[in-house]
Design a protein. Structure first.
Lengths: 214, 579
């Protein structure tokens, strides 16, 4: 049976989605919306962390005193950013890949690599970490674990961030999987084409975003 | 088959990793999945205990509570804000005017501004993009050789990676378990020497191929000689006055340590120059030329930021992480004061920072999951034996490792190199008696090339994104200009990659350049003082390091609070060691 080609041309009409896939695509859109919302809220914590850290150093210098709570708050915020943005970053295709070979492959092969990677790498990994870190949170919550530093903070909610972050990642992995399948079936326009267009009109900010870099 | 697997699981795992990563799935997940997959294989073969995976949440907790890594979002955020603040534009305009009159002047200005931006922040993208947008069109307009122009911009932007406060050095310090302050102190001289070598190369070019780097004609330099005599003379006078004030200050002030004295007296000299320039402006310019006044005003913001970041770190007021936060706050205030920052741009900066931080940290999480299994099957012993048995002892090791990193840098970026390769190299280097700060700086210099390698160097990629792709009409001369081809950018990078390799050789040959970090007496730092290194006997220590190392910050916490996991981890290590 000939496979339908992935629809890489945004102007080409899309195939109609079979009912199951149409339902899954709704799920995928819902996950995308959730992770987008969470990511956009979580990045504000960077600003908070910057101000807390700079303020803490300044106050320690001026007053000669500071609290461990402020030190711990910094890395709580930092952890919240990267764990809560894990799905968001995946949604925006910002997890780096080595694309020397990838870029030379046909779009169809690329999609299959993404699907295989998601099923074999991402989903099991996210599930195992989530599954293993949940009891750690439960222990911390039940025992009311508090950081051992003087004036330290309650730890359970930082422990909760791990399973939550990996759950968001898992969900986003499922959403990406659905989207790849939908693209392969030609029922969803290929975002690769959209990404290229975005690149052409991008300003500094977008370059810097890509950048990422160092 | 099973016997073969048992004996070769470490190499299989390593080559499996290379295969998975080359497929083009995100590195972080390929790493983690590889670790989990081979962990399951190891358990199946009876090489590992099921309890191995119980240590997984602890690995992640260790990454979360690592205070050094906090510097990644702080410095990234700072760099993105600076890019939006227009500071680089002002600098390039003014310094270009200052040097423009001499042959190769614009190239020197790019190197100077590149080094200055590098000292304010550690973000290559921001420097390369700013310089590519501002200096490249001017250089093309005045007939610079395109390869020279693009090469010097990419290379100078890359200086952000080696001149403190660079992210590469922070991550290297974390992975090698050295102090970030030592790493910074050790990298200053190599960083400046590298900038000097770039300038030397440009000088050589102006001598051998003068037509490649012409001087700017007088009409392109509006600032010069407009009032109060020749512009540069007055600048020289101001510089001498400021230097004398700084030296006098240094003679009289009783400082506790050399770096404190340096920071404060340079700060004093800059303040004097600034006050004089301010007076000049109030008096409507009798004293100094427009050029001098402009140069002074334009240099103050970056110098103030350098003070805010590096100054506070070297004075012991702030940890490197807090220095990053200070710098980010400073950049935020500056961008707002110049009205270059609106709500949308702030959100963009935070958005980019969040994505960068996430992917970087996830590579590290992936690497820790990978190493959990890799060290469990004694992969580190395999690598260490390979490396310590190299002929030629220390030098043989260093040369091999640097060649390895140079070639890996063609397709790995420095985060991947630092998180995957460096932890494998560190124990072997340590065993051979190599100073790890020296080793770290050496690798950091080497990893510069990963930004400049055609065809995947990040710096070239950023430059390509802002260099003209199509023929365009120059704004000033109204002439049609040819586009900058990708080939020109690649060819332009090659001489600078060669210079970077020469620098690697120089750092190997003259370790003194780095070793000066030992002369600066360790400063009591309010935060590092609390750091507690759990006492461990030698073999345990190796294994702990191998496991990805306990970060300073997590050590603080573990000391007092989380000894539970720490002990659990040790138990697992012991079990593994028993195997």
């Amino acid at each position: 049976m000939p496979h339908p080609a992935p629809n890489t041309n945004p102007t080409r009409p899309l195939n109609a989605a079979p009912p199951l896939l149409a339902g899954l695509m709704k799920v995928s859109a819902g996950i995308d919306a959730i992770n987008d919302r969470i990511g956009r809220s979580a990045y504000w914590l960077i600003l908070v962390a910057v101000l807390v850290s700079a303020g803490n150093a300044a106050i320690r210098y001026l007053v000669g005193d500071s609290s461990n709570a402020w030190l711990e708050l910094q890395w709580y915020l930092f952890s919240a950013v990267f764990l809560l943005c894990a799905g968001y970053t995946l949604l925006h295709h910002q997890h780096v890949k080595i694309d020397i070979v990838y870029l030379r492959l046909s779009r169809r092969t690329q999609l299959w690599i993404d699907i295989g990677g998601t099923v074999l790498f991402l989903l099991p990994m996210a599930f195992i970490v989530m599954w293993l870190s949940w009891p750690v949170f439960v222990d911390a919550f039940k025992s009311g674990e508090v950081s051992g530093n003087t004036g330290g903070l309650t730890l359970w909610w930082a422990r909760l961030l791990v399973p939550v972050g990996f759950l968001l990642l898992l969900l986003q992995g499922i959403s990406e999987l659905i989207k790849r399948i939908a693209i392969l079936c030609g029922v969803l326009p290929d975002f690769a084409a959209a990404d290229d267009v975005a690149d052409d009109v991008s300003d500094n900010a977008d370059h810097a975003a890509k950048a990422l870099p160092p | 088959m099973t016997t073969f697997l048992i004996h070769n699981i470490a190499p299989l795992m390593f080559f499996g990793l290379i295969f998975f990563m080359l497929l083009g799935y995100p590195v972080a997940f390929a790493l983690a999945a590889n670790g989990i997959f081979f962990g399951l294989v190891g358990i199946e073969l009876g090489l590992l205990q099921l309890s191995l995976f119980q240590a997984l949440p602890d690995r992640i907790w260790g990454v979360m509570s690592n205070e050094t890594l906090l510097a990644v979002p702080f410095f990234t955020f700072m760099g993105l804000l600076l890019e939006r603040s227009g500071m680089a534009e002002d600098l390039l305009d003014t310094i270009g005017q200052l040097f423009g009159g001499m042959r190769g002047g614009l190239a020197f200005a790019v190197i100077f501004v590149g080094a200055l931006l590098a000292a304010t922040t550690g973000v290559v993208a921001a420097s390369v993009i700013s310089m590519g947008l501002i200096s490249l069109p001017i250089m093309l307009r005045h007939g610079y050789d395109r390869r020279l122009a693009t090469g010097v911009i990419a290379a100078s932007g890359t200086l952000a990676q080696i001149i403190p406060p660079s992210l590469v050095l922070i991550i290297m310090a974390d992975q090698l378990r050295q102090s970030v302050g030592d790493m910074y102190a050790g990298a200053i001289i190599p960083g400046l020497v590298l900038a000097g070598l770039y300038a030397l190369y440009v000088l050589l070019v102006t001598w051998l191929r003068p037509q490649w780097a012409p001087a700017l004609p007088i009409e392109a330099r509006q600032l010069n000689g407009t009032d109060a005599g020749s512009g540069t003379m007055s600048l020289l006078v101001l510089f001498v006055i400021a230097s004398i004030c700084a030296i006098v200050f240094a003679q009289t002030y009783q400082a506790r340590a050399l770096d404190e004295l340096l920071v404060l007296s340079i700060g004093f000299g800059v303040a004097v120059a600034y006050v004089l320039a301010l007076l000049n402006r109030l008096l409507k310019g009798g004293l100094l030329s427009t050029l001098t006044e402009k140069v002074t005003f334009v240099l103050v913001p970056p110098l103030a930021l350098i003070f805010l970041v590096l100054g506070t770190i070297f004075l012991g007021v702030a940890t490197p992480t807090e220095g990053g936060a200070m710098g980010a706050t400073g950049a935020l205030v500056m961008a707002m004061a110049r009205r270059r920052l609106n709500f949308a741009r702030l959100k963009e900066a935070m958005d980019s920072t969040a994505k960068l931080t996430t992917f970087v940290v996830f590579i590290l999480i992936g690497a820790r999951i990978f190493s959990l299994t890799f060290y469990g099957v004694n992969g580190h012993v395999w690598v260490e034996e390979l490396l310590t048995n190299l002929p030629g002892g220390q030098t043989g090791f260093l040369i091999t490792v640097n060649l390895l990193v140079f070639f890996l840098a063609f397709f790995l970026d420095y985060f991947e190199l630092a998180f995957i390769i460096v932890p494998l190299l560190a124990p072997a280097a340590d065993k051979l008696g190599i100073d790890l700060v020296w080793f770290g700086v050496l690798l950091a210099v080497n990893m510069q090339t990963s930004f400049m390698h055609p065809p995947f160097g990040f710096a070239l990629f950023y430059l390509r994104s802002v260099a003209p792709v199509k023929a365009y009409v120059d704004r000033v001369t109204k002439k049609t200009m040819a586009p900058v081809t990708t080939g020109q950018i690649y060819w332009g990078a090659i001489p600078f990659v060669v210079i970077q390799l020469i620098m690697v050789a120089l750092v190997i040959a003259f370790p003194q350049m780095v070793m000066v970090y030992k002369d600066a007496p360790a400063k009591p730092n309010p935060k590092t003082m609390e750091i507690f290194i759990p006492p461990m006997d030698a073999p345990d220590d190796d294994l702990t390091r191998a496991f990805g190392g306990v970060s300073d910050r997590s050590a603080i916490v573990d000391k007092s609070g989380k000894s539970r996991e720490e002990r659990a981890a040790e138990d697992i290590e012991k079990q593994l060691r028993g195997k």
